[in-house]
Write a protein that binds this ligand. Structure first.
Ligand SMILES: N[C@@H](CCC(=O)N[C@@H](CS)C(=O)NCC(=O)O)C(=O)O
Length: 125
């Protein structure tokens, strides 16, 4: 089972790499505005999780750079996620830099929706 998961993970990472979206062209002031709005956010993820790949691709396309923490490889990050968010499930977006005031948002679709609203990104045709 672990071997199948490993192979699937490699395939997911390869496909993601091979079809990686191009970032939209934006001005440096737009880029700076995005960076300011996401500077206190963190994404907890597993590198080869397809739901995390979905969020990362959305971020890349929209020039969003958020600090990521790999909760598979780093047990301390996994514990942070369980303590703060309540469960070990990725992706999870931590909004806010101190654990006492942080919001923890699970579900890839909800994370993308939140980022769209927060950054004023409209749906493409
Ligand atoms: N519906 C969720 C699914 C997330 C999900 O199933 N994540 C898996 C990894 S791909 C997970 O966190 N599993 C917990 C574990 O493996 O311990 C989403 O869209 O974010």
């Amino acid at each position: 089972m672990q071997i199948i998961r490993f192979i699937l993970g490699r395939i997911i990472l390869f496909l993601d790499w091979a079809t990686s979206p191009r970032p939209k062209k934006i001005s440096s002031s737009e880029l700076k505005a995005i960076q300011d709005k996401v500077k206190d956010m963190t994404i907890y993820e597993f590198r080869a999780c397809p739901f995390c790949v979905r969020v990362r691709r959305f971020m890349k396309k929209n020039n969003i750079s958020i600090n990521t923490k790999d909760a598979r490889r780093n047990k301390a990050f996994a514990q942070e996620l369980i303590n703060g968010g309540g469960k070990l499930q990725v992706p999870c977006l931590r909004i806010g830099d101190s654990s006492s005031t942080s919001g923890w948002l699970y579900e890839s679709k909800d994370i993308i929706l939140y980022l769209k609203k927060h950054l004023g990104i409209s749906d493409e045709k």
